[in-house]
Design a protein around this ligand. Structure first.
Ligand SMILES: CC(C)(COP(=O)(O)OP(=O)(O)OC[C@H]1O[C@@H](n2cnc3c(N)ncnc32)[C@H](O)[C@@H]1OP(=O)(O)O)[C@@H](O)C(=O)NCCC(=O)NCCS
Ligand SMILES: CCCCCCCC(=O)O
Length: 162
C-alpha cells in the first residue's frame, strides 16, 4: 500500500455498519458493569479500528458483534492477529465479569484458523467453561456463519475489587 493510500484509509470514516444481534439476544451495557475504562477495543463505536456491540444470549453468555475496520489491518485486506487477540482479551475478560467474577486476565491463548477479511461484521461467541478457586476459564471464537476465524482460551484470575 502506498503512503497516500494509507493516509486516505486512516482519515476517512467508513460508513455505518449493522451490528444488530439475533432476536433472542439482549443488549449488554459493559460500562454499567465495569466502568468506562474498557475503551481499547470498544471505545470508538464510529471509528475505523473496531466497532463493537455487546449482547447476552438466551443462556446469559456474552456475545459481541464486531467489525474489524481498515486500521486493524495485518496481512493485506485482512485483520492483524494482534487485533483479534485484543478483542479476545477484552471480550473474554468481560464475559467473566458478566458472569459475576471480578477478574483480570492471567493467560490468553489464541489459535488463528482463517484469515479474517476487513470490514466484515463477525460474531464473538463466549462461554464460561469452569470456575475453580480463583481460576475462571472462558473460551470463545470469532466466526461468521460456518467459518471460524480464531479461537481463544482465556484464564481469568479473580481479584479483590478496590
Ligand atoms: C493474574 C494475577 C492477578 C495473579 O497474581 P496473584 O493474585 O498473585 O495470584 P497467583 O500468582 O497466586 O495466582 C493465582 C492462581 O492462578 C494461577 N495463575 C496465575 N497466573 C497464571 C497464568 N498466567 N497461567 C496459569 N496459571 C496462572 C496460579 O498458578 C494460581 O493457581 P493456584 O491457586 O492453583 O496455585 C497477576 O499475575 C496479575 O495481576 N497479572 C497481570 C494481569 C494483567 O495485566 N492482565 C491484563 C489486563 S486485565
Ligand atoms: C474491568 C474489566 C476488565 C475486563 C478484561 C480486560 C482485559 C484486559 O485489560 O487485558
Amino acid at each position: 500500500m502506498t503512503k497516500a493510500t494509507a493516509k486516505k484509509v486512516c482519515t476517512t470514516l467508513c460508513p455505518p455498519v449493522d451490528l444488530s444481534g439475533e432476536a433472542s439476544w439482549t443488549d449488554f451495557d459493559a460500562p454499567a458493569l465495569v466502568g468506562e475504562s474498557l475503551r481499547f477495543v470498544s471505545g470508538e463505536p464510529d471509528g475505523n479500528r473496531f466497532r463493537v456491540r455487546y449482547y447476552r444470549d438466551g443462556e446469559q453468555q456474552l456475545k459481541a458483534r464486531i467489525w474489524f475496520g481498515p486500521e486493524t489491518e495485518g496481512p493485506p485486506g485482512h485483520a492483524h492477529g494482534g487485533s483479534m487477540a485484543a478483542v479476545f482479551d477484552e471480550v473474554l475478560g468481560l464475559a467473566a465479569w458478566a458472569a459475576g467474577y471480578s477478574i483480570v486476565v492471567g493467560n490468553l491463548n489464541v489459535s488463528f484458523r482463517n484469515l479474517l477479511p476487513l470490514q466484515q461484521v463477525v460474531t464473538l461467541e463466549s462461554r464460561v467453561i469452569s470456575a475453580e478457586g480463583r481460576k475462571i476459564m472462558v473460551h470463545g471464537r470469532i466466526c461468521s456463519g460456518e467459518t471460524v476465524y480464531a479461537e481463544g482460551e482465556c484464564l481469568c484470575i479473580t481479584i479483590v475489587k478496590k
